[in-house]
Each structure stands twice: as C-alpha cells, then as structure tokens.
Design a protein. Structure first.
Length: 423
C-alpha cells in the first residue's frame, strides 16, 4: 500500500466526463492522481477541471511512469480522448490492466482505425489521409460527393466539414491543414472520408478480460449548419437489445475486438446505411457529456458507475454484467438534447429555471452558460452552450418539451445573448 494507505487511481487528462470520476472514486475510499498529456489545453476542457479533486498533479514528462511508481497506483484510465495513448503506455509500464500499446494508434487515429477494421473484414469508410490538396482532390473525384473533412485525431465534431464539390474541399483543406485541433495537436495531415447517409448511433460500453458489455445505445439526430458539417441535436436512449439497436450492438462488438480493446470504458459512433452499420469512430474512454443521475434514472447505472466498479472490484464483475445487460428493459425513457447557440456574444440573462417550470419532463441540466459568459454560434460539440437530459413515461411529452427548448433558443429567450450577429 502507498504511504497514504488508500488505493490510487491515475487519470490521464481528467477532462470532459473524466472530471466526474475523482469525486466518485473518493466516495469509495480511493485517492486520485492526475497526469497531463498536453501542454496547451482548450478552454472547453479546463472549464470542468477541478485540481482540488486530486491528491497530486503530475505534468507530462518522459519518465512519468517512474514518477508514478512512488504512488503505487492500482489503475490508470484516460479521462478524455487526448489521454488514450499515454494511459495505455502507463498501464503497460506499471503492470496494470489496460489496452495493448501495440494497437493504441488504432484507437486514437481515425485513419489507422478504419484501416484496422477493414483488415479484420468489417465494413469501413472510404477515406484518404494526406497533407497534399492535389492528392485529396484526385481521390475525391474517384467517388461521389459530398466528402467529409476532419482532423485525424480529434473529437466532438471538431472542425468537421461537409464538402459538396472541389471548391469547397479546397477551401476546407486550406482552413484545416496546419491548424491546432481541440486536443492541442497540429493537423499536419487532413482526413477526408466519403459521406455516409443513414441513421447515426452512439454506443457506450465497458470491457474487461477482453469481454465487452454494451450498456447504452443512443439514436442520434444532427442538424446541418452553415460553415460546418452537422451539430448534435438530440439523442434517444435505446436498450442494447432493442430490435432497432441489435444490428448496431452486434457490429460494435466486432469493432471493439478488431481494435484490441480489452479493458475500461469505450464509446463508439456508428452510421447505419442501406448496406448496414459502418464505423464513424471508436474511443477507449468514457463518453463525453455523461450525466450519471439521468442514466441511473433510466437504466439503474451509468457508464461512470460501471467504470468505478471495474476499478474498485476488479475484472470479475464482467460476468455478472453480461447477464444483466441482456435482460432488463429501460426503466424510463431518456433523451439528451444539446443546447444550440444561434448567435455569438455575451450572455446577459439565463432563464433555465423559467424553462424548467414550462417543461413536463423530469430534467437534468448538464451544463449551461452563466450571465457574463461569452458564447459562440454552435458549429460543433465544443461550441454547444450546454446539455439537458429529459425523461417522462410518455415520449410524446418529451418531444413537446424538446420543441419548447428549440423555440426558446430561436427567440434568444433561453440564454439571452447581446452584442452579436444573429444567424
């Protein structure tokens, strides 16, 4: 046991949903040490980071594993996307459960990811990774438009753009190539993929001993916006073995296996096309935007709870979870709705309490701006001003409440934004 006489968890980049893990671990008698893999962190991540939640803050250094050995940690997890590769390496060097270092890049870089699942015989995207615009255009001409341009290793729909023709592709390439993405990494190459038409889903799960449990399947709707690709609108929770979700669940199990995921939380995004499910991306970390109280209301557990149980109780919990998640239905319907800012500017008033009085659903507000904050017109997940979760036995009433939220946003009534240019 370490000198603090409590088990130690190491979190690499404890941002996004990872910021919720230290408090939960402390409730179960653990201490948490934070390791940073990045020097320049986006404000989106820093806003939820609480350094007081950690026993120690360890900056990135070449011999970080040696620095951690004094703490005798019993587990290492990534808190968000940027921490995936370092968490794999630290778990390996410290002799702790984790995912194989040999396949880390396939779980972080979307180009390598799709090549890996294609080699495993799974349906994958047609794509190109290049630093050369001429090569990108030559590839694009060989198929149908539109194409989708994005960083190879970011998250949250960061800088994702739909390109309808060569001119738009050239313009998007010029804007993206050489910039720094939301993970703090330079986009020295650009990933371009053939557009997938269909219904999108995101899937959360937990793995141990190479066995996988799909805990949540969300049917996701997006809205196209000018100057970007599509932004998250709403997501509706399904049971993993709902007939609508079964093809997605079966495909994701194969993706997790192909990418070498053995241990920990995972989050997968899939498009169901007319040919069947196709991977968008898969990440070996917690889903962003988790709201544990809402998830507990709907299913009895959240992905955060299950990761905590895996860390505290060990890999043997996987057998019991496998049986549990094949049987029970959802307790309560649950929708996740992203707030949308239609203009940029300073927030002069916030009317969330008035909104909640109008809604018939049980609600949990995950995040919302405060008076004095500056918001940016929503073009991706990072510029969404917040999230609200809604539950009611009658989904028609959730739909009605959803429409009220969108009306208030359009009327600049939910978050009153001043000194800005409207859409």
């Amino acid at each position: 046991m370490n000198k603090h006489e409590k088990p130690i968890l190491v979190i690499v980049d404890g941002y996004s949903s990872g910021a919720q893990l230290p408090g939960l671990m402390k409730q179960h008698g653990w201490e948490v040490v934070h390791v940073s893999s990045l020097q320049n962190l986006p404000s989106y991540y820093l806003s939820a980071f609480r350094k007081e939640d950690y026993l120690a803050l360890v900056p990135y250094q070449a011999d970080v594993a040696a620095a951690l050995k004094a703490w005798q940690p019993q587990a290492v997890v990534p808190g968000t996307e940027s921490g995936v590769i370092l968490a794999d390496r630290l778990a390996s060097e410290l002799g702790l459960p984790g995912n194989p270092v040999s396949s880390s890049l396939a779980r972080r870089n979307k180009y390598v990811m799709h090549n890996t699942i294609k080699a495993a015989g799974l349906r994958s995207m047609d794509h190109i990774l290049s630093a050369d615009l001429d090569a990108v255009l030559s590839w694009a001409r060989q198929g149908e438009w539109p194409v989708v341009m994005k960083p190879a290793a970011s998250a949250g729909t960061d800088s994702v753009v739909f390109c309808a023709d060569e001119q738009e592709t050239a313009q998007a390439f010029s804007r993206l190539h050489g910039t720094v993405n939301q993970m703090g990494e330079r986009n020295d190459t650009v990933l371009v993929q053939r557009f997938l038409a269909g219904q999108e889903y995101f899937v959360n799960g937990i793995s141990a001993r190479g066995q996988h449990i799909i805990t949540e399947v969300w049917r996701t709707d997006k809205i196209k916006v000018a100057g970007a690709a599509a932004i998250y609108d709403r997501s509706v929770l399904l049971h993993p073995y709902d007939p609508q979700a079964c093809p997605v669940t079966d495909y994701v199990y194969q993706v997790l296996e192909a990418l070498g995921i053995r241990w920990g939380a995972n989050h997968t995004e899939v498009m169901v096309t007319r040919d069947g499910p196709v991977l968008i991306e898969c990440a070996s970390r917690l889903s962003g935007g988790l709201n544990p109280p809402a998830a507990r209301h709907a299913t009895g557990n959240s992905q955060l709870d299950l990761l905590q149980q895996l860390i505290c109780d060990g890999e043997s919990i996987i057998e019991g979870l496998q049986e549990r998640y094949r049987q029970p239905p959802l307790r309560n319907p649950l929708w996740q709705v992203q707030f949308i800012a239609h203009q940029s500017g300073k927030v002069s008033a916030v009317n969330t309490e008035q909104l909640m009085a109008e809604l018939q659903s049980k609600v949990w507000i995950q995040r919302a701006p405060a008076v004095g904050d500056r918001v940016t017109r929503t073009i991706d997940l990072f510029t969404s001003p917040g999230i609200i979760f809604m539950s009611h036995p009658d989904e028609a009433l959730i739909q009605h409440d959803y429409e009220i939220i969108r009306q208030w946003e359009q009327q600049n009534k939910l978050f009153v934004v001043q000194d800005s240019d409207a859409e």
